[in-house]
Write a protein of this length. Structure first.
Length: 191
């Protein structure tokens, strides 16, 4: 009886630390995780403009699964325009404009950061994530859906550039312009 009592006491003492260890943060596999930004066109002559696909490599990040949370950062200077339907010269021009002072001002605001504030399960393997997103030196709340599929956390978030102090680019007096709304799609894998 004394042996059983001691084993129960030992189990009671070790259980909280064992549970805590199960929820240690997992690093995001930055080499296998993808963030893609889709920028859309608008305006009277939008048929002559281009929609843009931008690769946003994750610099670092982590997440926990027991008490779900996530945080990650992207070096804004590493964003790359991936458009295939434009010339190298035009792609380089779009890249320079995107990183320059008219849009991201990536030299002044080099870090894009997200940190969850609440993760709510909505179904098996699905969550609603709320958190703070910092772009262009401004932090705003965002909310999006995430689904776990084959070890990958996938989803998307719709954002407005103006919410982060960015004025969408216009050309030809507004005949061709970039929409304020953009979509960020993600596919995140743990180490």
């Amino acid at each position: 009886m004394i042996l059983v009592s001691r084993l129960l006491l030992l189990a009671a003492l070790l259980l909280p630390s064992a549970l805590g260890a199960a929820d240690t943060p997992r690093s995001i596999a930055t080499d296998r995780s993808v963030l893609t930004v889709h920028v859309f066109k608008a305006g009277l002559f939008s048929a002559f403009g281009h929609e843009h696909e931008i690769s946003a490599p994750i610099q670092q990040g982590s997440f926990t699964e027991q008490n779900p949370s996530v945080e990650l950062s992207v070096d804004a200077r590493q964003l790359r325009v991936m458009d295939k339907d434009i010339s190298d010269k035009d792609r380089a021009e779009v890249q320079q404009t995107m990183l320059g002072p008219k849009v991201l001002d990536s030299q002044r605001f080099s870090e894009i950061r997200f940190r969850s504030t609440a993760v709510t399960p909505t179904a098996e393997g699905k969550w609603t994530v709320q958190g703070d997103l910092t772009i262009h030196g401004q932090t705003r709340p965002v909310k999006f859906e995430v689904a776990l599929q084959g070890g990958h956390y996938r989803g998307s978030a719709d954002l407005k550039q103006k919410d982060f102090g960015i004025t969408p680019i216009t050309v030809g007096g507004g005949a061709v312009k970039v929409k304020d709304e953009l979509r960020v799609e993600f596919d995140i894998v743990g180490q």
